[in-house]
Design a protein around this ligand. Sequence first.
Ligand SMILES: [Zn+2]
Ligand SMILES: [Zn+2]
Length: 202
Amino acid sequence: MQELLLDWQILTSESFSRSAVRHSLRLIRNIYCSRANVAQKTNNSVPNILTFILSECIIVCIPCKITVPFENLNNHLWNRHKVPHNLRPAIIAGFDGLPAAQNIESLQPHKDGSASLPYLASPTPGFQCRRCEGFKTVNWDVIRQHAKKKHSITAPRCLQEKPEIECLLQQWTDHNPKYWTVLQSDQPQETFLENHQSSQST
Ligand SMILES: [Zn+2]
Ligand SMILES: [Zn+2]
């Protein structure tokens, strides 16, 4: 409505004829009506599956339990949830202008040893290299290969060290993994999402 008033001020400040002003206002009103229709359709037919997490400046897909950068919203809504083309713009517009991660590159991993984030997938058992702590994986063969190539650690010795390198890992997305280690949490991971969904539906 603010934009509409602004348009009205611009129109009336110029020396337009009355009919030209009326015509322009009709056009503006049509644009707002069609936007409102899209928004209404969105509310009626599409479940509210995305949420903005202010503390992390990220957009999270609630059913997928992953972070979706702003630039990937359109693809995500279509590829994962088959949200029709006509409904996606209104959903995406709801996140436009928020200080959310815009692309996958801007998602930096958390500090190792963080508390697990309840809106992401549950921490996955994995391994962290003792010798270069930046290297983390959920795959035993990958850590074994890494230990052999980078640190000349034999397979039996790597197995011996296994209990020391086991850890829990979390990541922002289920592709392009950038893991960080998390502390064991006693709280069930689902609690946040269940609470969030029920508060959104009320
Ligand atoms: Zn999703
Ligand atoms: Zn290493």
